[in-house]
Design a protein around this ligand. Sequence first.
Ligand code: HEM
Length: 464
Amino acid sequence: MKHNLSDSLENPSSLKSGDPMQLPPVLKGGWPIIGHLPEFMQDKGALFYKGYQELGNVFTVKIPQPIVVVTGSEYHQWFYNETDKSLNIAKGYEILKYAIGEIFLTASKEQYKKHRIFLPIIFGRERSLGYLNAMNYEVDVWLDRLGESGEMDIMEEMRLVTRSIAGHAFAGANFRDELGSEFWEAYSDIAKSVSIILPPNWPLPRYKRRDRGRAKIRSILGRLCQQRRQAPDAYDDVISLLLNTPLDDGTYLDDQKAADLWLGLIFAGNDTTARQAAWCVLLTLQHPNILARLQTEVEVLNDSIDAMSFRSLPLTFQVIDETVRLKPSADMLLRVTEQDVEVGDYQIPAGWRVVIAAGSSHYLESKFSNPPLFDPDRFSKERSEAKDQYAIMGFGGGGRKCPGMNFAKNEMAIILAKLLRNYDLTLLTPNPKTITVLGGAPRPSPTRISYQRKRSPVHPMQLN
Ligand code: HEM
């Protein structure tokens, strides 16, 4: 039976008044003690879809602690509305606190209010135009390095190019010298340490590497903060913005907090975009008809892609949206209930985890025709599937919607468009697997692509 949230919100009598409310039903088939953990670790999307099919929009899986999964637009809307009220976001992402400190998603409500003021400035129009220059420049550097022809692993390449773009956009054009390779080594140790399964404070080698990585990054960023304090007029990047923008109470961030927030932006946006971009390229190459249409679309572009040229790339952005639906980098959003919470016909006790998940929500037949099909045209103006803003949860929603969404989409569009415009590509690993490590988001197994340049080299444009 499928439970309808709006029925119970608009018509409280449907809550069967007088009856004690039930806990959301538990999906059958869990193991003693470990519950659904093995299935969760292998393919949480499939587990959640099975739960939805068997039990409807609200159900529980055990990994082994209970997690309530709520599915579909109405429930997404409820989830976003209740965030920072009955649903606590920082407790949902507590595991990340050990990796990046208390910033944005992991901050208390009071701390978050302070951090929030930076987001409209960092992602405002003026800076965003500058980010487009950084994206064009770094993608050209990358293509120049690829050379005439060769082979690449798509995930590795996307990781490299998205790091360069993030470094350039947020620390300035001189980021290679300023951050150095040791920054990215330390960053990798932090990113690789995160696991939804393993307790984040166990004395494991991965957590020792994480803590050493954090200390190293704090020292590198501390040096960059000092340089910007000593010569404030010489810099106009996100680090100096964080140091020089007054908080609501007139005080300023200290170096350590500015460094943590800066790292938090890189952390929120880097691996997410790298994975999503890799899937974009891969899904395109697996669908020759889409590839041919994209190649025609990108032919009209100039070497530099600006905000105006995005208008001539509708299919490119549809490919990005469809990739976010099918292979989302953020495939599960987490919250913890602050108190007993009623949802649909059920009551979720205080302290339980509640999630919305792409595995069930992005495959609803009531929302998407033939959901498993890679069909970017479902997001065209002519078709209606893009109209429900709550149907897709890949960038979240409500007050906590991803502020870097346009940054990430623009970045992916520039990577995809320039790559296809300049190279003929062949997928050498035709059927890559989807892998998840310790319950993380899906990424493609190693995927080789061969490339052959089809036009004269692009040289990184002059930065003005
Ligand atoms: C494909 C790439 C990306 C994906 C899939 C993604 C996804 C998300 C999602 C789902 C959330 C909301 C989490 C929740 O409500 O539980 C979020 C929040 C956030 N994202 Fe992104 N993101 C991406 C890229 C970026 C980039 C490039 C940046 C910054 C450079 C960024 C910065 C942030 C920040 C700061 C938040 C916290 C916002 C808040 O709490 O108000 N993200 N992201």
